[in-house]
Design a protein around this ligand. Structure first.
Ligand SMILES: [Fe+2]
Ligand SMILES: [Fe+2]
Length: 136
């Protein structure tokens, strides 16, 4: 059983958004394995960099798709993304300052936020993207 398991109730579009989310799940698991194995800053730092870059790229991509679909609640969704990125950046700063324990904390923060955000907030967009599809 993986630390962060992908589940059917996380499916949003059967396409690019799911691919992004699955990749994020993989990266969170990779980070968790590295920190549980007590790997050093070089390994953990490299995974963290990839994870943070991919997270922010995903959130931007998702916002673009919502914009294209004319998703009415885009602003609120975007604010949720921005708050999360700010939280991640603050944790990453503490990690860079030398707190190795923060890396383990980051994997749980990422897992919990992604799990809830995909199932609740991203799901609101799911209905909307499907509506767009059936019209077009
Ligand atoms: Fe997402
Ligand atoms: Fe989102």
């Amino acid at each position: 059983m993986s630390y962060f398991a992908w589940a059917k109730d996380m499916v949003i579009d059967g396409g690019p958004i799911d691919k992004d989310h699955q990749h994020l799940v993989d990266l969170v698991n990779e980070l968790h394995s590295a920190t549980s194995l007590g790997q050093g800053k070089e390994v953990v730092g490299e995974i963290l960099d990839r994870l943070l870059t991919y997270t922010s790229e995903h959130l931007t991509r998702e916002e673009q798709l919502m914009r294209l679909a004319g998703f009415p609640d885009l602003l609120r969704h975007q604010q949720g993304h921005a708050r999360f990125i700010a939280q991640l950046r603050a944790l990453k700063c503490r990690y860079d300052e030398g707190s190795l324990a923060v890396a383990a904390q980051l994997s749980s923060v990422l897992r919990d936020w992604l799990s809830l955000h995909i199932r609740r907030s991203d799901k609101e967009m799911k209905g909307y993207l499907q509506k767009q599809d059936s019209r077009g």
